[in-house]
Design a protein around this ligand. Structure first.
Ligand code: ATP
Length: 133
């Protein structure tokens, strides 16, 4: 039983990625975790971060805005509100989103919007990080 893994990353809009891979490293809520072929069935919540995968000897990065990872029968399914491959990330857009979020955080320390601004800031920083690698 030495099958390869199939990685699929899906958002409400589209299938961001669907391909055979050798390894997946995902940003779990409780910390980064790795998946190799023949992993046991597993369900995990993801945080805003960068997913890595290895295929044909190369490591690639994908931004994920949280969501869930389900591993079953050598298939890794990622469901996220938004996700982009590193090469599809608009770094200037992320940089502007970072500036907006920082300005909101500076103004709205006492309001509920603070939490949303913190999440927006994390998305922007992790997009920039995914695009840099
Ligand atoms: P922004 O304020 O720039 O819209 P956001 O974090 O609020 O950023 P999301 O709600 O996570 O954006 O995503 C909305 C849509 O825009 C999704 O389809 C997502 O893939 C896309 N998107 C957001 N930021 C970028 C980016 N920097 N590069 C490429 N696509 C992006």
């Amino acid at each position: 039983m030495d099958k390869s893994l199939h990685l699929e990353i899906v958002t409400p809009d589209k299938v961001v990625l669907s391909e055979a891979v050798d390894y997946v490293g995902a940003p779990g809520f409780e910390g980064e975790f790795g998946i190799l072929p023949n992993h046991i069935p597993f369900l995990a919540a993801l945080r805003i971060g960068v997913l890595h995968y290895k295929a044909a000897g190369k490591t690639r990065e994908v931004f994920v805005s949280g969501g869930f990872a389900e591993i079953s029968d050598n298939k890794v399914s990622i469901l996220a509100e938004s996700a982009e491959r590193a090469e599809d990330i608009d770094v200037e857009r992320a940089s502007k989103a970072k500036d907006r979020a920082e300005a909101r955080i500076a103004q709205e320390r006492d309001r509920i919007d603070y939490t949303r601004a913190q999440a927006a800031l994390q998305r922007a920083l992790q997009r920039m990080s995914a695009a840099r690698k």
